[in-house]
Design a protein around this ligand. Structure first.
Ligand SMILES: [Fe+2]
Length: 263
């Protein structure tokens, strides 16, 4: 049986932790007073957090509620593309020399998206030649293909920082249907869906200069994405029917401005 040591080792007090804990408790006291929360209700919350911890999804709930606030106050670059969360599905994907994220022809009924744009230095406006645009996304059924990495791929920008990729128009999808996070959202009568999005990392050599997400205009969950603050107008792709006139083909332009000094 494990026992507490008779004396805990001396450690320097963590003043930042101390201040954050005190402020958090003070803010939560306000909530207890405002809603006149009973001890029984506090214990229901405690039991919930115990189950959440056992499920391994504490980090995910913190991300859902607070991570975008953290990103906005700690990771934004003046004049740069707004960063966004990486999410759980990032995989090292192959370089797609032809820019095609489909392995073979798109499945029947898949709306095809031609995504293009430029990668530039946020500080100078200069293009970043050879930047890697690393894309991953759900398909038009809201499914990530983690086995075959369909719709996962890296494309290389040219000497003028221009990139081009062919992919699918992604669909919204639900997360955490079968764990305590989904349970919490159901109890509140809220959905647990992500607005349709495309994940992106911008690389220069070994350095990741940006992690973000692009959103599909017109998606019904843009205003209620269950990840607080994830969606913003500046991350919407300007999607329109492709000039080719091919049915169910779309094109969109999105330019990335990234910091080369924050790496
Ligand atoms: Fe995602």
């Amino acid at each position: 049986m494990n026992q507490m040591p008779a004396e805990l080792p001396d450690a320097e007090p963590d003043e930042r932790l101390k201040a954050i804990f005190a402020r958090t408790v003070e803010k939560m006291k306000e909530v207890v007073r405002e809603f006149e929360i009973t001890q029984d209700e506090l214990h229901v919350a405690g039991d919930y957090f115990n189950r959440l911890g056992q499920s391994g999804f504490c980090r995910s709930l913190i991300d859902v509620a607070l991570a975008m606030t953290s990103v906005d106050v700690t990771a934004r670059v003046p004049g740069g593309t707004r960063p966004n969360l990486e999410g759980p599905f990032y995989r090292a994907a192959p370089l797609r020399e032809d820019g095609d994220l489909f392995a073979g022809d798109p499945p029947p009924g898949t709306p095809v998206l031609h995504l293009s744009g430029r990668v530039t230095d946020a500080a100078t406006g200069a293009p970043i030649p050879g930047a890697i645009v690393d894309l991953w996304q759900a398909d038009h059924d809201g499914h990530y293909d983690l086995d075959d990495l369909q719709l996962f791929g890296r494309v290389r920008a040219d000497e003028e920082g221009r990139y081009r990729a062919r992919t699918a128009v992604p669909k919204d999808y639900s997360d955490h249907d079968h764990d305590p996070i989904g349970e919490l959202f159901r109890a509140m009568g809220r959905h647990n869906r992500r607005a349709a999005h495309i994940h992106v990392k911008i690389w220069e050599g070994e350095h990741c200069l940006l992690t973000t997400q692009l959103f599909v205009p017109g998606n019904p969950y843009l205003d209620s994405d269950y990840v607080e603050g994830a969606v913003s107008d500046d991350l919407l792709i300007g999607m329109k029917p492709a000039d080719s006139g091919v049915a169910d083909e779309y094109e969109a332009v999105f330019d990335f401005a990234v910091s080369r000094t924050s790496r």
